[in-house]
Design a binder for this molecule. Structure first.
Ligand code: GLN
Ligand code: ZN
Length: 767
């Protein structure tokens, strides 16, 4: 009998109950008991849901009030020293303080760093290893959650982040620069943790080691052998299910087969081509868990095909074959049930977390009791998958035709950059150190209110347009008053840089409640790209044309790039991601051409997600960067020489993909550098970026108004590495989260800084 289990369930709740409970607690409106009450209710609800679906082992301990990596830090007694001040905070409040940088009563301390969990859009709190770090075990949280499961009488399997991945995700802040130096100290703690789980009645424990999907240096592989070799004897601990996910094991398989664990979970979606190899190597007397239901995407599985695929493994392994989602269901929305306004056909193609549990149960029954016992369900799922691939909603002939006719010249600007730069200089006659912004201006409460009233049909399209034009006019006035050289329309009409475009493109769908946790109480609602992407009509032209009509200075058009449009969505899995990116690029290409025809001389195509789209394994980087760069070029290379293409990216770690960024061949790139004190510019020592660049001199993430002097300093540093005639002056990201009161003086200071540098270089007017 194949055994069914789950790796983790969304914590946020079907109605984002956890979010609201957390935020009320943080605002001081509710007490700890009330927060705990909501959390406990959610956990029990999730357990019963999984139990009723028919799963044999339910995860416990994976629930979190904020983040499971932070939970692991607290399990290990690992609280960075700057958060320990003996202020007598409860452990819970100390936990929130690390996560959020402040206690409920507002004690100061900058929050711990947060970064993306592997290649997902979930962010975890980075553990900070210091010289003074001492660990001590506190498994209360796990024990309490086990008690809940026991009270409900459901079979549970504690989940914990394993020691090697925990250290791999950590950052060293002390003198000893090796995270692995802490392994020795962690092993006995994990050993006692396992003993405690054993005493609490756990028969299995799920030890998550997602680092196994990464390229691991030899010392990290050795660390796996050391750690798992010392976790105690089988009589004193639960059986260990070693859990990898997000990718194949590849060259880590050898190491894994040597570990004295009792079971292995493989992400059979991302590592589909590795299943046979792993099964051949993995002993029959140990559990093999195959993650066959996609935990990273929202498509319904073909259960008939899976039944056929899994039957031989089932015959060979019996109840030693476990089945599960590929990874924790944390990364998909909770349930399709409330999506009652969604198109019926589209809905029939989807499965969110709750539906995925049912898929798993059906699959289990097909294997355990024979396909005949669930004939209808298997047929229905196979039909849904086939229907999706053939549907008229999905396959659009015009798009397919254009994809077939892509020619090399469509990926190349007419002339190389130096020629274009000349033509652009002639057209725009910008001064040296031209000033601009990244696109958005403060999204005031009024702007948000008007957008939502328009959405709900409470104001007319005319009223809405009039209001937005007013916002644009105001943004133009402000920018002229600040003395900026290149203006923007301000993006007041956009609530989100992906959603705004997705809503106007064919092939994109939006859910009403499809929330996925991004970090802490913050959730995002990614769109679903289900079909060929096409642009029914212009998306931004009217707004930008209007903005340009109000001023003599150039106004930049503002678009979201193909990779970002893809990366922040659930993407169809029936064609390569690169093909979908190209379809989006073609739609954007038409928009770019329309903007140019409307007299817009500068067009910015934002790609903040370019870097985060990088595959986990280096061997796959080139293939990714190749299509990602080509998609950007396809979207932009349609313009004349004297039309200036800008791009923007906001992350500080791109030294390793510098060549690809240069390959985008944008005329101007604006990037984030201000927080890292121009550290990023080190990259320009070894790699001469060929076109123009605007290293952000103003950190928009901080509410402080940047000083003119400080910005001048940053510019001088930049001018030491980038030829001044190719330098731009700008903030490091959009200003939508800031207030006008802060933006106004900040921009004036920024313009003044640029003017100082112009004076210093003896260039006051046109170059
Ligand atoms: N143009 C967008 C803005 O200014 C860019 C945002 C981003 O890069 N994240 O808001
Ligand atoms: Zn940005």
């Amino acid at each position: 009998m194949a055994t069914l289990h789950n790796l983790g369930f969304p914590r946020i709740g079907p109605g984002r109950e956890l979010k609201f409970a957390l935020e009320a607690y943080w605002r001081g409106e509710t007490d700890a008991a009330s927060l705990e009450g909501t959390a406990s209710e959610l956990r029990r609800h999730n357990l019963m849901l999984q139990y009723n679906a028919g799963l044999d082992w339910l995860p416990v301990g994976e629930f979190s009030l904020y983040d499971h990596v932070l939970d692991t830090s607290f399990l290990l007694g690992h609280v960075p020293s700057r958060f320990r001040d003996g202020s007598g905070l409860s452990e819970r409040d100390q936990y929130f303080r690390v996560a959020r940088g402040r206690a409920p009563e507002g004690a100061p301390a900058t929050a711990a760093e947060m970064t993306k969990w592997f290649d997902t859009n979930y962010h975890y709190i980075v553990p900070e290893l210091e010289d003074a770090t001492r660990f001590s075990l506190n498994a209360e949280k796990w024990l309490a959650e086990i008690d809940e499961a026991r009270e409900l009488g459901v079979p549970y399997k504690p989940v914990v982040l394993g020691p090697v991945s925990y250290l791999h995700l950590s950052k060293c802040k002390g003198a000893s620069a090796e995270a692995l130096d802490s392994l020795e100290a962690l092993i006995p703690l994990y050993r006692s943790f396992l003993e405690q789980m054993h005493q609490a009645g756990a028969r299995w424990i799920q030890m998550d080691e997602p680092a196994l999907a990464l390229d691991l240096a030899q010392d990290w592989r050795v660390a796996f052998e050391r750690a798992y070799g010392e976790l105690g004897t089988r009589t004193a601990r639960p059986r260990i299910l070693l859990t990898s996910y997000f990718g194949p094991l590849r060259d880590n398989l050898e190491t894994v087969t040597r570990l004295p664990v009792d079971g292995l979970h493989l992400d059979a979606v991302r590592a589909a081509d590795e299943v046979d190899r792993v099964a051949a190597r993995w002993p029959r007397d140990r559990v093999l868990s195959l993650g066959v239901i996609d935990g990273r995407n929202v498509w319904r599985a073909d259960l008939q095909a899976l039944t056929d695929r899994l039957a031989p493994f089932h015959d060979a392994r019996g109840d030693g074959l476990w089945l599960a989602p590929s990874c924790s269901l944390l990364h998909v929305p909770v349930s399709l049930a409330p999506e009652d306004t969604m198109d019926d056909e589209l809905r029939s193609w989807l499965a969110f977390a709750t539906e995925k549990l049912d898929e798993l149960a059906t699959l289990g029954q097909a294997l355990n009791q024979g396909p005949a016992s669930v004939r209808d369900e298997l047929d229905a799922s196979a039909r849904a998958v086939q229907a999706r691939r053939r549907s008229e909603q999905v396959v659009r002939t015009e798009v397919r035709e254009r994809m077939r006719q892509l020619g090399d010249d469509m990926f190349r600007r007419r002339s190389p950059y130096p020629r274009r730069a000349g033509a652009q200089q002639q057209r725009f006659a910008l001064p040296r150190y031209p000033t601009t912004t990244i696109g958005s201006f403060p999204q005031t409460a009024e702007i948000r209110r008007v957008r939502s009233r328009y959405r709900n049909g409470r104001i007319s399209a005319d009223e809405y347009r009039r209001f937005m034009k007013e916002c644009i006019a105001e943004a133009i006035r402000e920018q002229e008053a600040a003395g900026l050289d290149v203006l923007v329309h301000g993006e007041a009409e956009r609530n989100d840089m992906v959603e705004y475009f997705g809503e106007q493109l064919d092939g994109y769908a939006f859910t009403r409640f499809g929330w996925v946790q991004s970090f802490g109480s913050r959730c995002v609602k990614p769109p679903v790209i289900y079909g060929d992407v096409a642009r029914p009509g212009p998306m931004t032209v009217d707004w930008v044309r209007y903005a340009q009509s109000l001023t003599d200075r150039p106004v930049k058009g503002m678009l979201t790039g193909p990779v970002t449009m893809l990366q922040w969505a659930f993407v169809r899995d029936d064609q390569p991601r690169g093909d979908t990116a190209f379809q989006i690029a073609l739609a954007l290409r038409d928009e770019v051409a329309d903007l140019e025809a409307a007299g817009i001389g500068m067009i910015q195509v934002d790609e903040p997600a370019l870097r985060e789209g990088l595959p986990l394994r280096r061997a796959e980087w080139d293939a990714y960067l190749d299509w990602a760069v080509r998609a950007f070029r396809l979207a932009t290379a349609v313009v004349r020489d004297d039309t200036q293409i800008h791009t923007h990216m906001c992350y500080a770690e791109f030294n390793d993909i510098m060549a690809a960024i240069a390959d985008l061949d944008a005329d101007v790139i604006t990037i984030e550098t201000s927080r890292s004190d121009m550290e990023l510019l080190d990259a320009f020592e070894g790699f001469a970026y060929p076109n123009e660049i605007g290293p952000g001199v103003y950190d928009i993430h901080s509410p402080n108004v940047p000083e003119q002097e400080a910005m001048e300093q940053l510019l001088r540093a930049a001018a030491g590495r980038i030829p001044p005639e190719r330098l731009w002056v700008n903030p490091d990201c959009g200003l939508k989260t800031r207030r006008w009161e802060d933006v106004r003086p900040a921009l004036r200071n920024m313009v003044a800084a640029a003017r100082t540098l112009r004076r210093e270089s003896g260039q006051t007017a046109t170059a």
